[in-house]
Design a binder for this molecule. Structure first.
Ligand SMILES: Nc1ncnc2c1ncn2[C@@H]1O[C@H](COP(=O)(O)OP(=O)(O)O)[C@@H](O)[C@H]1O
Ligand SMILES: Cc1ncc(C[n+]2csc(CCOP(=O)(O)OP(=O)(O)O)c2C)c(N)n1
Ligand SMILES: [Mg+2]
Ligand SMILES: [Mg+2]
Ligand SMILES: [Mg+2]
Length: 329
């Protein structure tokens, strides 16, 4: 069905109701404003999601919208920032559907409520190719408490939040449903993996704790092993990761037992949107206690070392990976 609304009708109907912040000017102006917050740092990030690359073209529109927003909130949380607002650029295929757009804007509305953010503006254009959604998100962090990727030092511990590999195995299940039998997954485990792929859970609740304790931090989007390498390289350190300590959900743990290559996929597949951070050993106990009090599971998966080698061990043996993480090219 071809759209009946024109560009501006579409913006007014589906996006204006989301522009709740005064600085968004009801989406009737050339630019938005963000008020200054004393003692805070304005943190900004952008990530695009593309049909066929980051999600399946037939994924529900509300989930696509929420994924596009959440991958950005994940980057903010990794920098110790709570989100405040965001811009959306929507490149819509020639043929679009009002039901799709309505579900898309409803998805954004749900997450605006959940994470306390407002739409600030954006752009809507026609795409002769596939659907592309680019979001730029803004957040505030306490001044001087924005952990970068380059702050880790030898002797510090490496922590990761949540569980790793659910989304990557969820994606593999989407691509080949027979894997569900090979991995002997229950219905609930299968659903959990598929859900994690469809809808990441950014660790927004942990932002201030990450800012307070992280000496270096990043979110895990491309794959744990490759992302550890990025953090280690930025910090000019090496690392030893104990694969046995990497937290796995019950579905991923069983898949890894029954089908050993699934462990490699979990550790390198990406789409986790968990936070990887370095912590001074003296702060480890306090950090763990604060994370637990916020309901976020954190696990010590290894140590940062002198040098530049990133080694992954399992029961004392080195694990070798063909690829440590996703790469677009
Ligand atoms: N086209 C671009 N123009 C400017 N900066 C870019 C571009 N693409 C990526 N970057 C920057 O390169 C760095 C790495 O990007 P990326 O791997 O996408 O980070 P993340 O995984 O946190 O989204 C980031 O600082 C990002 O802002
Ligand atoms: C249909 C589909 N195929 C493959 C993937 C796997 N995948 C695509 S991009 C990506 C990495 C994360 O995306 P990227 O654009 O690199 O985000 P960033 O690292 O910039 O946050 C992964 C694991 C997917 N999510 N969906
Ligand atoms: Mg990016
Ligand atoms: Mg990131
Ligand atoms: Mg990436």
């Amino acid at each position: 069905m071809s759209g009946r609304l024109d560009e501006f009708g579409l913006i007014a109907r589906y996006f204006r109701p989301l522009a709740t912040a005064p600085g968004a000017a009801g989406l009737t102006d050339d630019a938005a404003t963000i008020p200054h917050a004393f003692g805070k740092e304005l943190v900004v990030t952008t990530d695009a999601v593309v049909a066929g690359v980051h999600f399946f073209p037939d994924d529900p529109a509300d989930a696509v919208a929420r994924k596009a927003l959440r991958v950005n909130l994940s980057d903010l949380a990794a920098k110790g920032a709570r989100p405040t607002g965001y811009l959306v650029t929507l490149a819509l295929p020639d043929v679009w559907d009002e039901d799709w757009l309505e579900a898309f804007s409803e998805g954004l509305a749900i997450d605006q409520e959940e994470f306390g953010v407002s739409l600030l503006g954006g752009d809507t254009v026609r795409s002769p190719g596939g659907l592309v959604i680019s979001i730029t998100a803004f957040g505030h962090a306490a001044e001087g408490h924005v952990p970068r990727r380059d702050g880790a030092a030898p002797g510090q511990r490496l922590y990761v939040t949540g569980t790793i590999g659910d989304a990557a195995l969820g994606l593999m299940l989407r691509q080949d449903e027979r894997l569900g039998r090979l991995w002997d997954l229950s219905r609930a485990e299968k659903e959990a993996l598929l859900d994690r792929y469809l809808l990441p859970e950014p660790r927004v609740a942990l932002a201030s704790v990450v800012g307070a304790y992280g000496t270096a931090s990043m979110d895990v989007s491309d794959g744990l092993i490759g992302d550890v390498r990025k953090l280690a390289e930025a910090s000019r350190v090496g690392a030893v990761i104990d694969a046995v300590r990497v937290p796995l959900s019950s579905g991923v743990a069983r898949a890894a037992r029954l089908d050993p290559p699934a462990l490699g996929s979990a550790l390198t597949g990406g789409d986790d949107y968990e936070i990887l951070l370095a912590i001074d050993p003296e702060d480890a106990e306090a950090f763990e206690a604060e994370a637990i009090s916020l309901g976020v599971r954190v696990a010590d998966i290894g140590v940062l070392t002198e040098g530049s080698a990133v080694r992954v061990e399992r029961h004392g043996r080195e694990m070798i990976f063909q690829r440590g993480s996703w790469n677009h090219f």
